[in-house]
Design a protein around this ligand. Structure first.
Ligand code: NAD
Ligand code: TDX
Length: 332
């Protein structure tokens, strides 16, 4: 039994991880989360009180972070500003949380010699042509496009430097696009599902040919637990489930699952600097650490996600109008 400090545990992937850990291990979990617009305390309702503690606070608060890291066996660092469109509108919070926040945690992990796992994204590698036979691997050079992905790339490099210069016991994972329950309505899949529920037509950026490599959030969680258990200190592991789909196909699948005509969506203004394609080669994680994804059927996972949003309107409704007003102001 170990005590994990999970930063950003009230967000989408962090909350899925906390549920996964409490369901599948006997670890104790403390969540540190600032409850920004993206954090939702309700995503952590009903967890066992003897194994779960919630701390409302900021990862840039060095004194608080020091106290919490001192008390943990390992830190799993999910907290971030995570949305590309927000980073194009106002980059500053991305620097504060993704760079200074990661630095603050690393300093505490260094001081207390605490095991550290850093959660990152495939977006640090930039993008691929649609017909490129190569996928991203651990040796792909960094080439981020957006303020979001450049601050994630910066945070990854800080972790590598703290491993090499100070001997911090850290691992890094870079994962592809996640879907599943508890994802904020600003993101592509929940935005379109909740649009259809509200009678709004889905909005596709540009022609919709951009490809994302989808993985269920629960598979991301099992991969992170595997790396925590068996990952080699100082190493990076790419997490992906061979789920490449273009955005147009995903919107059409959502409409079909929800009983609407497959062409009942609008094309809207494209994202500035929009990455064309992400694709992950997760061979290393599978062969060296023996991890396998469980959700191999994207359509079934998507249908379950549609059901979740239909059944949890009280969870997402408070954020919906403000999110759509933001997009409307950008012509999106
Ligand atoms: P999210 O935006 O849903 O959640 C982020 C959480 O961090 C929120 O609960 C928020 O309140 C918290 N937070 C933000 N700033 C904070 C601060 N300064 N101090 C404390 N807490 C703070 O994000 P997500 O989609 O769950 O992503 C989680 C992590 O996974 C991020 O590091 C992201 O880069 C990475 N990632 C995401 C995806 C994806 O598809 N969403 C894919 C690969 C990697
Ligand atoms: O309304 C939309 N219409 C649309 O066509 C939205 C919100 C998005 N899109 C497109 C843009 C992308 O090509 O859908 C794709 C997915 O968009 P997002 O959900 O914003 O995700 P993305 O930009 O790919 O980044 C996500 O995956 C990697 C997460 O937000 C990041 O945190 C993670 O690092």
């Amino acid at each position: 039994m170990a005590h994990l400090l999970v930063t950003g545990g009230a967000g989408f992937i962090g909350s899925n991880f906390v549920h996964h850990v409490l369901d599948h291990t006997d670890h104790r979990v403390t969540v540190l989360d600032a409850l920004t617009y993206a954090g939702n305390r309700a995503s952590l309702d009903g967890l066992p009180e003897d194994r779960f503690t919630f701390v409302h606070g900021d990862i840039t608060d060095a004194e608080l972070v020091d106290r919490l890291v001192a008390d943990a066996d390992a830190v799993v660092h999910y907290a971030a500003e995570s949305h590309n469109d927000n980073s194009l509108d106002n980059p500053r919070p991305f620097l504060d949380t993704n760079i200074i926040g990661t630095y603050t945690l690393l300093e505490a992990a260094r001081k207390h010699e605490t095991r550290f796992h850093h959660i990152s994204t495939d977006e640090v590698y930039g993008d691929l042509e649609l017909d490129d036979p190569e996928r991203f691997s651990e040796s792909t050079p960094y080439n981020p496009s957006s303020p979001y992905s450049s601050t994630k790339a910066g945070s990854d490099l800080l972790v590598r430097a703290w491993v090499r210069s100070f001997g911090v016991q850290a691992t890094i994972s870079n994962c592809s696009n996640n879907y599943g329950p508890f994802q904020h309505v600003e993101k592509f899949i929940p935005r379109q599902i909740t649009n259809v529920i509200r009678g709004i037509r889905p909005k596709l950026y540009g022609a919709g040919e951009n490809v994302r490599d989808w993985i269920h959030a629960d598979d991301h969680s099992s991969a992170v637990l595997t790396i925590l258990d068996r990952g080699q200190i100082g190493e990076t592991y790419l997490i992906g489930a061979d789920g490449e789909k273009n955005n147009k196909d995903v919107v059409e699948q959502i409409l079909t699952i929800m009983g609407q005509p497959a062409d009942a969506y609008d094309h809207v203004t494209d994202r500035a600097g929009h990455d064309l394609r992400y694709a992950i080669d997760s061979t290393r994680l599978r062969t060296e650490l023996g991890w396998q994804p469980q959700y191999q059927d994207f359509e079934a996972g998507l249908a379950a996600t549609v059901d979740w949003y239909r059944e949890h309107e009280a969870w997402w409704a408070p954020a919906k109008d403000a999110t759509e007003a933001f997009y409307a102001s950008k012509g999106q």
